[in-house]
Each structure stands twice: as structure tokens, then as C-alpha cells.
Design a binder for this molecule. Structure first.
Ligand code: AMP
Length: 215
């Protein structure tokens, strides 16, 4: 199962990807997570990426495409994967297609998770992540008990790029560069869309029905 999750920042791609990897035992490849780790580790890649990420801009294609190619070449991707946050523009999508057709392993599905703008803003400004285990919360909808992670007791933090000004920029970039991928994958005949508002488990069940109908 080779799946791309599409959707604006805050649509819930990461949350759903975490549930999908458990159910289908395939890895999640989140370029945002890879880049955030590089920033936290202070690697040369992280130093280069940080200035773009802090402004809510896209990290250059040459950097991100290289990361994804390396990751896809690893053994655990042989039985499939979930791409979350990649591709982010048409040139990344074209490059991905090139790599995948070279190994005769095209994408099975591009799934667009659709959420209206007002909801996205509340999800992004309210988002908190556990420093320990990566579990995500939202101070408006899924308040953690006692202000710490319910799963591991870890400290919760707000992503630097979830501040209001940066969020506006990220959404503008999504509209201009990433949203056109919906048409791109639709024309390839592999696009499905789901309503990403509402209950996390209901959305997950809708996604699983789509995936199971492909088999
Ligand atoms: P995300 O966690 O997917 O919202 O990504 C956070 C930030 O990482 C984005 O705002 C970009 O700065 C950077 N980023 C993540 N994925 C990509 C990508 N595919 N291409 C370029 N930049 C990316």
C-alpha cells in the first residue's frame, strides 16, 4: 500500500497517519517530522531547513526530494508507506512519480483530507505535541489531563510554526503550491477525498474503508 496523504496544514494528516501505521504495519514518512528532528539535532540539514520552516515557507525541493528518496530506499518501505507532507508542490510530485516508475512501484492512492479554513485555524493554534512520544493534543478539543501527555507524562509543546503569523503563510503556500496536487492526482485517477472534520475515529474508519476497497 503506497499512499500519499494530502491536506492543508492542520487537516489531521499526521494524526491519521499514526493510526494507519499501526493498523497496516507500514511506515509513515513525514518530511515535516524528519526536518524537525534535523533542526532539533542541529545537523547541517536542520540548520538549512530552520530558516524556511520558521517562516512557514517550503524547504527547497532539492533538499526534501533527497530526503524522501533516501527514506524510500530503506527496507521497511518495501511493503508500502504513508507519505505525509510530501509531495508539497508539482515538481516534488513529478520527481516522486519518476522515482516510483523507475522501480515499477507506483502510488496506489492519494487521499485528500478536507477541512474548512475556520476549523484548520483552531486546530493549528490549539495544537500541542508531546516531547516524549509525539502524541498530539488540541487545547480546544482534546485537552490533555493535567497539562501533560496522557500517554507518557511528557511535556507538551507548541510547534514554532503553529504561531498565528506563520500559520497564515503556511496556508497561503498550501493554496498556491500544494492544493494543485488534488487536480494532479485526480487526473492520474488515484485521488479520493474525505471529509476531515469531526471525530478522529470516524475519519479513520472512512479512510480504512477506502483503503480496503482498493484491495
Ligand atoms: P509539516 O509538519 O508537514 O506541516 O511541515 C512543517 C514544515 O516543514 C513546512 O512548513 C515546511 O517548511 C517544511 N516541509 C515539510 N515537508 C516539506 C516538503 N515536502 N517540501 C518542502 N518543505 C517541507
Amino acid at each position: 500500500m503506497r499512499l500519499v496523504l494530502l491536506g492543508a496544514p492542520g487537516a489531521g494528516k499526521g494524526t491519521q497517519a499514526k493510526k494507519l501505521i499501526e493498523k497496516y504495519s507500514i511506515p509513515q514518512i513525514s518530511t515535516g517530522d524528519i526536518l524537525r528532528k534535523a533542526v532539533a539535532d542541529g545537523t547541517p540539514l536542520g540548520k538549512e531547513a530552520k530558516s524556511y520552516m520558521d517562516k512557514g515557507e517550503l524547504v527547497p525541493d532539492s533538499v526534501v526530494i533527497g530526503l524522501v528518496k533516501d527514506r524510500l530506499a530503506q527496507n521497511d518501505c518495501k511493503k508500502g508507506y504513508i507519505l505525509d507532507g510530501f509531495p508539497r508542490n508539482t515538481s516534488q510530485a513529478l520527481e516522486l512519480d519518476k522515482v516510483l516508475s523507475g522501480i515499477n512501484a507506483p502510488l496506489d492512492l492519494a487521499l485528500s483530507v478536507d477541512v474548512d479554513r475556520e476549523d484548520l485555524l483552531r486546530r493549528l493554534t490549539g495544537r500541542r505535541t508531546c516531547k516524549g512520544c509525539g502524541q498530539m493534543y488540541n487545547i480546544y478539543f482534546s485537552t490533555p489531563m493535567k497539562g501533560k501527555c496522557d500517554k507518557c507524562g511528557g511535556e507538551l509543546y507548541q510547534r514554532d510554526d503553529d504561531k498565528e503569523e506563520t500559520i497564515k503563510n503556511r496556508l497561503n503556500i498550501y493554496d498556491a503550491q500544494t492544493a494543485p496536487l488534488i487536480k494532479y492526482y485526480s487526473e492520474k485517477g488515484i485521488l479520493k477525498s474525505i471529509d476531515g472534520s469531526g471525530n478522529i475515529d470516524d475519519i479513520f474508519n472512512s479512510i480504512c474503508s477506502i483503503i480496503n476497497s482498493l484491495k
